[in-house]
Ligand binder design. Sequence first.
Ligand SMILES: Nc1nc2c(ncn2[C@@H]2O[C@H](COP(=O)(O)OP(=O)(O)OP(=O)(O)O)[C@@H](O)[C@H]2O)c(=O)[nH]1
Length: 139
Amino acid sequence: MGVILSCSHYLQIYTLNIWDVGGQRTIRSYWRNYYEQTDGLVWVVDSSDLRRLEDCKMELDNLLKEERLSGASLLILANKQDLKGALTPEEIAKVLNLENMDKTRHWKIMGCSAYTGEGLLEGFDWLVQDIASRIYMLD
Ligand SMILES: Nc1nc2c(ncn2[C@@H]2O[C@H](COP(=O)(O)OP(=O)(O)OP(=O)(O)O)[C@@H](O)[C@H]2O)c(=O)[nH]1
């Protein structure tokens, strides 16, 4: 005698509204125009540019202090993994001190390459699932 569990798979379709806000110093003050009702943040790091990582850390720390983003899931993309000498996601995580981030923040770091496409689907998949699970929990 056995029990048959039937499992249904539902195709879930999500619509993402994505704004690509530039990282240049002069336009960073415009980021605040996008904080309202933001569910997720994608922070793209140039893993081949060690010199800019300190600046990157400072900007990310500042961004995460923003009250309106306190509930947003954070995906950090350690980009340019296709380049020789690029820092690994683990090394980037160390420099950005991600382990010591506010414990309530949902975050993930993912190595990727915008050139090869490596890591992008996996990263966005995590982000969408994480946001969805929070939203459905609130329903
Ligand atoms: N090898 C390699 N080059 C990349 C990758 N992603 C971007 N680039 C190159 O890096 C340079 C800068 O890319 P952008 O997309 O303009 O950089 P950005 O950080 O989005 O620029 P802002 O948003 O204006 O700060 C371009 O020459 C890209 O072709 C990658 O994954 N691998």
